[in-house]
Design a protein around this ligand. Structure first.
Ligand SMILES: *Cc1c(COP(=O)(O)O)cnc(C)c1O
Length: 443
């Protein structure tokens, strides 16, 4: 096996995600397609002896490195016991333990866990549960959803309804029952003299006006707490979540926190909403929860929502399912991931790691083309002042040439590495980003 052969076969047989395939084809292809033979820690190795530092945790999922010995061992043990069993009418130890531990991480405020396999399904489950719980309570006028400008909650048709990213949404607009949007609290929108908290208050005032006018038809407001990742790492002040929580309470609207990207320690706390000292009505978790090993998502909710379905009538139950709901291997990977958080005191260690990430990109602070260098926990990002529509592709390629996997979103460059990245590896990322920036700006 070598790079070239596998590459040709992949281009012929695999339709890659989020990809215009033509950009990869032929020697004139703008983007390389990289066959990966194995992963070890933060490194991805191809078949020809090249390696890449996984600076984006393989699309934000990998927390403790590739081929992590502890997660591998847990999965091997689980394979010998139970790989999977139907979760309707049956249960098993990993799913029970994981539910208990996740609920405990919410201070038991969200004591009921519903399972699926990917993030978009978690979004859809939260939306359906919210609507259905109001309906079961005789309030079926509440059938609309509200989201933030620039929101991203997944790409299935239901999830696209609350996703506000044109490139993912526009082609499918005729298929979608589009949700209303309210202004984002993105701190980059600060006017002269405004603090991030001021921007949050301004955005919350707009939310208040919207809810005041439309609350009778709104089931839920869905947000990505603290960082709108997919639309370009838009960071905002926790004050917005505090105000949104109070407004949702006042107007009888559910608050859904989509922590698919920002959960599992990314922002410094285990869940991002903790930094606002609030509890949502629904909490969506996926991506990092299985350590980046297996598809798994969970929607946690409150006893109040659960009780709205608890009834003699079958049809008042939540009759949603996926074939792999509560997969035992995925749950076991998640338990091993939570073990590592506890045993290694990961949140504490990440405080230091986050400082080193900041130091690695600090030299860019005064760069004439760098704007809004920003960070929260283990996510650091900046915007690049360029008119070049190909900037992100050029940067991506230039970073690969410097042994780093990055994936700029438009003109936003970010790093989101696994939580095992070492000091040397952080320096490597810093050098790769600085070098790729110059290469991309001066092709
Ligand atoms: C990635 C992501 C999703 C979708 O998850 P998939 O597993 O890709 O379907 C939803 N919401 C947020 C905030 C995400 O980052």
């Amino acid at each position: 096996m070598n790079n070239h052969d596998l590459l040709q076969r992949s281009l012929a047989a695999v339709w890659h995600p989020c990809t215009q395939m033509k950009q990869h084809v032929g020697n004139g292809g703008e983007l390389p397609m990289i066959p990966i033979a194995r992963g070890q820690g933060v490194w991805l190795h191809d078949f020809d002896g090249k390696r890449y530092l996984d600076g984006i945790s393989s699309w934000w999922v990998n927390l403790f490195g590739h081929a992590n010995p502890r997660i591998n061992a847990a999965l091997r043990a689980q394979l010998e016991e139970l790989e999977h069993v139907i979760l309707a009418g049956f249960t098993h130890r990993p799913v029970v333990e994981l539910s208990e531990r996740l609920s405990a991480l919410t201070g038991s405020a969200l004591g009921h866990c519903f399972y699926a396999s990917d993030g978009a399904s978690a979004t859809e489950i939260a939306l359906k549960m919210s609507f259905h719980s109001w309906r079961n309570r005789g309030m079926d006028r509440k059938r609309d959803f509200l989201c933030l400008e620039g929101s991203y909650h997944g790409e299935t048709i239901g999830a696209l309804a609350v996703t506000d990213v044109a490139i993912f949404k526009d082609a499918y607009a005729p298929l979608i029952r589009v949700a209303a949007t309210v202004p984002t609290p993105d701190a980059r929108q600060a006017l002269d003299g405004e603090t991030p908290a001021d921007v949050a208050r301004r955005a919350a005032a707009a939310l208040e006006r919207h809810l005041e006018a439309h609350h009778q038809s709104i089931a839920a407001f869905i947000v990505e707490p603290l960082i709108q990742c997919a639309s370009g790492m838009a960071m905002y002040d926790p004050e917005y979540l505090r105000l949104a929580r109070a407004l949702c309470d006042r107007y009888d609207v559910h608050l859904i926190c989509d922590e698919i990207a920002v959960g599992c320690g990314r922002t410094g706390t285990f869940f991002a909403h903790e930094q606002a000292d609030i509890k949502p009505d629904f909490l969506c978790v996926s991506k990092g929860i299985s350590g980046g090993y297996l598809p798994l998502s969970i929607v946690l909710t409150t006893d109040a929502v659960y009780q709205a379905f608890y009834d003699d009538a079958t049809v008042r139950g939540f009759l949603h399912s996926h074939s792999y709901t509560g997969n035992a291997l995925a749950c076991r990977a998640a338990l091993a991931t939570l073990d590592i958080f506890e045993e290694d005191k990961v949140l504490d260690a990440n405080v230091v790691r986050a400082r080193k990430l900041a130091a690695a990109l600090a030299p860019l602070t005064g760069h004439p083309r760098v704007r809004h260098l920003r960070q929260r926990g283990m996510i650091i990002a900046f915007d690049v002042d360029t008119e070049d529509a190909r900037f992100s592709r050029r940067f991506y390629r230039a970073a690969l040439e410097r042994e780093a996997l990055t994936r700029p979103i438009g003109h936003t460059v970010y790093l989101m590495p696994p939580y095992i990245v070492s000091d040397n590896e952080i320096s490597h990322l810093g050098r790769a980003v600085a070098g790729a920036l110059e290469a991309a700006l001066h092709p």
